[in-house]
Design a protein around this ligand. Structure first.
Ligand SMILES: Nc1ncnc2c1ncn2[C@@H]1O[C@H](COP(=O)(O)OP(=O)(O)OP(=O)(O)O)[C@@H](O)[C@H]1O
Ligand SMILES: [Mg+2]
Length: 250
C-alpha cells in the first residue's frame, strides 16, 4: 500500500541558500506527527513544497501514492490538503462564522464574491453546524457572530486552525500553531486537535518549537536539521536521542 505522504530527496535552494538538502520521510499511517528542528532547518520550506507554494528543485512528493510536485494549492486542496501559516491569517473584519464558511468555499471563488458567498444560502445547512461544532471545541462559540478583530492573538490562531479543519482535511499541515499563545489556549488547542483527529482521522503534521506541546500531542516526531531528516520516532525515543539533543534540544 502507498504511504499517505512520502517525500523522496526533496531539494530546494534560494539563491545560494540551501533550504532543503534531500529531505526524505514517509508517513504510512493516520496520526498526529510532529516536525521539529532548529531555526532555518527547512521546516517551513518543506511545508511550502508539500502545499504547492514552492516547487522543489529536485525530489518527489507523493500523497497517497500520487506524485504532486508542482501542483497548485487549489488542486492539492481538492485532494484533501489544508494548511496554516507561520504568520496568522484570518479576515479581521469578518465574523468568526464567515471566516469558517469562507474556508469551505468552492475552489476558484474570487475575492470579490467572498462576502456575498458566505451570506447567501450557497452552502449546505450542515456547514453552519460544522462551523459551530468547531468553534465550540476551540472555546470560541460565544464570538461566532463577532468580527475576528475582537479576538486576542491566540484566539485568532485557534480560529485559523478551525478554518483549516472545517473541510475535514486528510492531510493537515500546521506551522507553529502554539507560537505566541498563552498556556491556557495551548491546552485548548491540544484538546481541539486531539478531538478532531479522533473524529475524522487523517494525517496531522505539525511544525512546532514548543516541545512540551508537541511531545505531548504527537504520536511520532520527525527531526530536521540543515535541510534533511536527522532522526524520527516516538516522542520519548527522539527526546532521548543524543544526536537530536546535540543538534536541537541541547
Ligand atoms: N523565500 C526565501 N528566500 C530566501 N531564503 C529563504 C526563503 N525561504 C526560506 N529561506 C531560507 O531557507 C532556510 C530554511 O528556512 P525555513 O523557513 O524553511 O526554516 P524553518 O525550519 O521553518 O525555520 P524556523 O523554525 O525559524 O521557522 C533558511 O536559511 C531561510 O533563511
Ligand atoms: Mg518556519
Amino acid at each position: 500500500m502507498s504511504a499517505l505522504l512520502e517525500l523522496r530527496g526533496i531539494r530546494k535552494s534560494f539563491g545560494g541558500i540551501r533550504a532543503l538538502a534531500g529531505a526524505s520521510f514517509a508517513i504510512e499511517r493516520p496520526g498526529i506527527y510532529g516536525l521539529i528542528g532548529p531555526n532555518g532547518a527547512g521546516k517551513t520550506t518543506l511545508f511550502d513544497c508539500v502545499a504547492g507554494r514552492q516547487v522543489p528543485d529536485d525530489g518527489e512528493i507523493l500523497i497517497a501514492g500520487r506524485g504532486v510536485e508542482g501542483w497548485r494549492p487549489e488542486r492539492l486542496a481538492a485532494l484533501g490538503l489544508a494548511r496554516s501559516f507561520q504568520e496568522c491569517r484570518v479576515f479581521p473584519e469578518w465574523t468568526l462564522r464567515d471566516n469558517l464558511l469562507f474556508a469551505l468555499r468552492p475552489r476558484g471563488v474570487g475575492a470579490a464574491l467572498l462576502r456575498s458567498f458566505t451570506r447567501r444560502a450557497a452552502l449546505p445547512a450542515a456547514a453552519g453546524d460544522e462551523a459551530m461544532r468547531l468553534l465550540k471545541l476551540a472555546s470560541l462559540e460565544r464570538y461566532a457572530d463577532a468580527p475576528a478583530s475582537l479576538l486576542s492573538f491566540g484566539q485568532r490562531r485557534l480560529l485559523e486552525i478551525t478554518a483549516a479543519l472545517i473541510g475535514r482535511p486528510q492531510l493537515l499541515l500546521l506551522d507553529e500553531p502554539a507560537s505566541g499563545i498563552n498556556p491556557g489556549l495551548i491546552a485548548v488547542l491540544a484538546d481541539l486537535l486531539r478531538q478532531v483527529h479522533r473524529d475524522q482521522g487523517g494525517v496531522f503534521l505539525i511544525v512546532e518549537h514548543n516541545m512540551e506541546f508537541i511531545m505531548g500531542l504527537a504520536d511520532h516526531i520527525v527531526v530536521m536539521h540543515e535541510g534533511a531528516v536527522l532522526a524520527q520516532g516516538p516522542p520519548d525515543v527522539v527526546r532521548a536521542d543524543p544526536v537530536v539533543i546535540d543538534a536541537y534540544l541541547g
